[in-house]
Design a protein around this ligand. Structure first.
Ligand code: SF4
Ligand SMILES: [Zn+2]
Length: 464
């Protein structure tokens, strides 16, 4: 039940370790990377030869993966059967993407019409093979987006993307993640402004080694372990998220996109910023359409895989909490409704209070309905702060969004719970996710009328 621990979670999603710059010390650079915090590297092909060499590296090293493809610079030199040859290479199980492909109108090493043709053909290949596309865009935004749109490819990454926040958003709407490299760390870079506007669940990190060396080593050859500086910069941009948060979230994003193994499974206790969360159950009395729990595919919450393989015991939770340091509060939250396991929750809360911890409960507010008791009365002395998901300005909207088991009684039951918490003297926060069908101002009004704090959560962030 206790999760498998991954010690080295940084992932460089874009490197060219096959390039001649590493001929003298390739193995040393790779070894050093894995000794200094890398979990995985994706080596990216730029032509037939480098795609072949990427596979060779991936076969030699367990944690190196390959992408195969023709870079726009090399598109003028493709052979007649290049697509078949790429397809054959992509059948290797260490090949996780088609790339790098795209358009480069800055250097124009290949005529633009040929670049467009080869890009479109490789997008088709990515679609046929259901592999993500690793895309290079330089001074070619409109044409690139148009070709991606036409292709129907909706899975991939815009690598070291130079676009502004709005252009990044278009990329995300097309289904792509945005990857940041060394330029994010340059003093005059405008990339931090673009990054700030993005949901963390859509960000990847890379080095583009041997190029784009981060500021700390600028002017020298880059190497995969320097992805650390990109993560560090993102942590600065997204503060109070920490280096560990960013590393974990971006690595989880990379694993999901490229289908890489690893990660911590069945997490019982997890940290985001300075809060420690307890994942008590995956059961819930709601089926909110925006919840990762109801998503068909694997999803993470701030980089944590919260799908439990079994519900943890009280002892397991308390042991897991004991192993953690450096947090300001403990929160019952997780991927499910904690009050479904009320007995265990109260026992854990009691033990935590004895140890002097501050305790918060994040809940859908159905606890009284679920347990057929007046729950707020039971919480005094055990829970300091309660955060209740109001989620809608009326019962109809609530039922559409949250699809509660308790049917029409759920919305009013939740409102009564909030009132009960306030009466019981608990710090009470009412939260709403900024979904388009929700009247946020009306929700704010409901909270104000009851005398509760109000918190708006961003749906698009996808980071808990
Ligand atoms: S109440 Fe929370 S855990 Fe339950 S389905 Fe909704 S978002 Fe998910
Ligand atoms: Zn590259």
């Amino acid at each position: 039940m206790i999760a498998e621990i991954i010690l080295f979670p940084m992932i460089d999603t874009h490197a060219h370790l096959d390039f001649p710059q590493y001929d003298a010390d390739r193995d040393d650079i790779i070894k050093s990377g894995f000794e200094n915090g890398l979990e995985a590297v994706i080596n990216i092909g730029t032509d037939m030869e480098s795609s072949r060499k990427s596979i060779e590296l991936a076969e030699k090293y367990e944690h190196i993966y390959a992408a195969v493809g023709i870079h726009p610079h090399d598109s003028k030199a493709v052979s007649k059967d290049y697509l078949n040859r790429l397809k054959e290479m992509a059948s290797n199980k260490k090949v996780v993407a088609i790339g790098e492909i795209g358009l480069d109108y800055y250097r124009d090493h290949s005529p633009r019409d040929i670049q467009r043709k080869v890009f479109a053909e490789q997008l088709e290949l990515a679609k046929e093979l259901r592999l993500p596309a690793v895309i290079h865009i330089r001074e070619s935004l409109d044409d690139s987006f148009e070709l991606i749109r036409k292709s129907g490819v909706r899975k991939g990454v815009l690598h070291s993307f130079p676009g502004n926040a709005n252009q990044c958003r278009i990329g995300i709407e097309l289904g792509f993640l945005i990857s940041f490299a060394g330029p994010l760390t340059y003093p005059k870079s405008n990339r931090p402004d673009a990054a700030t506007a993005l949901p963390l669940s859509k960000i990847l990190t890379e080095t583009d080694s041997p190029y784009l060396t981060p500021q700390a080593f600028r002017g020298r050859r880059n190497q995969p372990e320097y992805v650390r500086y990109v993560i560090e910069k993102l942590a600065e941009i997204f503060s109070p998220y920490t280096f560990d948060d960013i590393e974990r979230i971006t690595s989880a994003n990379a694993r999901l996109l490229f289908g890489l193994p690893g990660g911590q499974k069945g997490t019982i206790v997890y940290k985001i910023r300075r809060s420690l969360y307890i994942n008590l159950t995956n059961r819930c009395s709601c089926g909110c359409y925006f919840c990762p729990r109801t998503a068909a595919k694997q999803e993470y919450v701030a980089g944590h895989d919260l799908r439990l393989t079994g519900e943890p015991t009280v002892a397991q939770v308390l042991e897991a909490v004991k192993r953690e340091t450096d947090f300001d509060e403990v929160v019952f939250c997780g991927l499910g409704e904690p009050t479904i396991r009320l007995k265990e929750m109260l026992e854990i809360a009691g033990a935590l209070k004895t140890e002097g911890h501050r305790v918060r409960l994040n809940t859908n507010g159905h606890g009284s309905l679920i347990n057929r008791i007046d729950l707020p009365l039971k919480l005094t002395g055990l829970i300091d702060r309660v955060s209740v998901s109001l989620n809608a300005h009326n019962a109809d909207t609530y039922n559409r969004i949250c699809r509660p088991d308790k049917g029409p009684a759920a919305y009013n039951g939740m409102l009564e719970f909030i009132e009960g918490c306030l009466k019981a003297g608990l710090e009470t926060v009412v939260s709403v996710v900024d979904l388009p069908e929700v009247d946020i101002e009306a929700c704010r009004g409901i909270a104000a009328e009851m005398g509760a704090e109000f918190r708006l959560r961003k749906y698009s962030r996808g980071d808990g």
